[in-house]
Ligand binder design. Structure first.
Ligand SMILES: [Zn+2]
Length: 122
């Protein structure tokens, strides 16, 4: 029995250059973010998996108005298809477009010290 993928596990792996996901034992869906239950079917039987660190940009946008407490502006955020999961991260390269291949290239910390995956063009 597992308690899902905790934020601490996910964060520790990211600092180590890995992306952790969780695959649902009931429906087979894979998520790429900390979760206690499958977002698709609600099952709590999840298996931790290492996600691929290279994938394709599913969508990307530039954040001009950041969430409260974040000073930085004009940064780029992408949702990247990594195997069966989608992971949200930061992009450094404004030339990266939807469909481009990117690879995990470390992480960035926000003002609260929470790391976010950083991707760059392959
Ligand atoms: Zn499920």
């Amino acid at each position: 029995m597992t308690e899902g993928l905790t934020h601490d596990e996910w964060t520790a792996a990211l600092r180590d250059g890995r992306l952790l996901g969780a695959t649902c034992r009931d429906c087979g869906a894979t998520v790429g973010a900390p979760t206690a239950a499958c977002p698709h079917c609600g099952a709590r039987s999840l298996e931790l998996v290492d996600l691929p660190t290279r994938g394709a940009v599913y969508t990307e946008t530039t954040i001009e108005v950041p969430p409260a407490g974040v000073e930085e502006r004009g940064y780029q955020v992408a949702v990247v298809d990594l195997g069966d999961a989608r992971v949200t991260g930061r992009l450094d390269d404004e030339a990266v477009a939807i469909g481009d291949d990117v690879v995990l290239a470390g992480f960035l910390e926000d003002d609260q010290g929470n790391p976010a995956p950083r991707f760059e063009a392959v």
